[in-house]
Design a protein around this ligand. Structure first.
Ligand code: ATP
Ligand code: MN
Ligand code: MN
Length: 329
């Protein structure tokens, strides 16, 4: 489960030009606007990440519009701009007895907000997401301040791809069995299920069987009723972003993935090139994430995913311009 509510050290506080009641507080790589004087540099704060569903009792001031998620009245934390300052998430005083590093997500009843799933994407569960494949997930660069410094110093090379805003699909072949999964479920093959239809249309079973290996192909499903169809596609499409080697328990590197997919006629998430992160910081990577999508002119891209060419590590930088423009769905 994502750690959405953690006790973190305040590393910086800066004034916001033209605002005298609020200031900008930094925890790790996150910038959060708070009431002036509430927090001190070097002190602790409870930080709730964006996409937290916060129960009303914790933050009644956010819940003027009554909204419910999984039966809990509350509010979703988003990226906002206050007096020209980006603010992501929410800072609260540290609860009695909690100390730095504590994860209070469960204790505080905070959930990860998820948009409702359209019917053709829901599918019927064959089982839980298989334990032999890794669930697709990328950590946010704002949570990787120390790691990023090490990676920059080490001069590692990274494949940079556009992060597409759709729904995650995994197709696996394991011990002779082919299966297709959504983000969290292994799905029964049923008529009308978009995941299975895309897997069949793209001949993923044939591709995997031809390798003679236990592998999983992972990609982003974009389509007419997925995430509001930001790319305006007429029919569902699959854009591959990873291949997982089940026997070795690791993702294939970019060159290995490209070699395996070569000639299969699959779409791939836009590859923007390879780069080392010389001079990069959280702020510079967030800035570089802001651009238009390679998939559709005029559409903001969601962000970038960086995958290391020499180690099984990866992370994402989500575009704040994208987040600020996101519609409620
Ligand atoms: P949320 O947590 O808001 O639901 P998310 O679904 O995008 O966000 P994250 O863990 O934040 O999930 O990001 C990883 C996801 O990004 C993957 O599960 C995958 O579906 C999606 N994705 C889209 N494009 C790419 C890409 N180029 N490389 C890797 N993952 C990608
Ligand atoms: Mn996410
Ligand atoms: Mn997504």
């Amino acid at each position: 489960m994502r750690k959405l509510a953690t006790v973190r050290k305040v590393i910086d506080i800066a004034p916001i030009p033209g605002a005298d009641a609020i200031e900008c507080v930094t925890v790790d790589g996150w910038k959060v606007v708070a009431k002036k004087g509430e927090y001190q540099i070097g002190g602790n704060a409870l930080y709730l990440e964006v996409d937290s569903w916060v129960p009303e009792a914790l933050a009644p001031f956010l819940c003027k519009d009554k909204r419910e998620f999984n039966g809990v009245s509350g509010a979703r934390l988003r990226t906002i701009k206050l007096r020209g300052q980006i603010s992501q998430g929410l800072l609260l005083p540290v609860p009695e007895g909690a100390s730095e590093g504590d994860d209070l997500t469960g204790m505080l009843g905070i959930q990860k907000y998820e948009a409702p799933i359209p019917a053709d994407l829901q599918g019927i569960m064959k089982g839980p997401f298989p334990s032999f494949v890794r669930k697709t997930n990328q950590e946010r660069v704002q949570n990787l301040v120390a790691e990023l410094e090490e990676w920059v110093d080490a001069g590692l090379e990274w494949e940079v791809t556009e992060k597409l805003d759709g729904s995650s699909l995994t197709a696996y072949l394991f011990q002779g069995e082919f299966g297709v999964c959504s983000r969290n479920l292994d799905l029964l093959e049923t008529a009308g299920n978009s995941y299975w239809k895309l897997a069949r249309d793209n001949k993923l079973e044939e591709l995997l069987r031809a390798t003679g290996r236990n592998l999983a192909v992972q990609g982003e499903l974009v389509g007419p009723n997925v995430q509001g169809n930001p790319y305006g596609v007429g029919a569902p499409q699959l854009h591959v972003f990873d291949v997982y080697d089940i026997d070795q328990g690791r993702y294939l590197t970019s060159p290995e993935r490209m070699a395996l997919l070569d000639g299969a006629g699959l779409l791939h998430c836009p590859v923007l090139g390879t780069q080392n992160l010389a001079g990069a910081s959280v702020a510079s990577l967030l800035a570089s994430a802001e651009a238009k999508s390679a998939l559709k002119a005029g559409t903001e891209r969601e962000g970038l995913v960086f995958k290391c060419l020499s180690a099984d590590i990866s992370f994402k930088a989500i575009s704040n311009r994208f987040l600020l423009g996101e519609k409620e769905i």
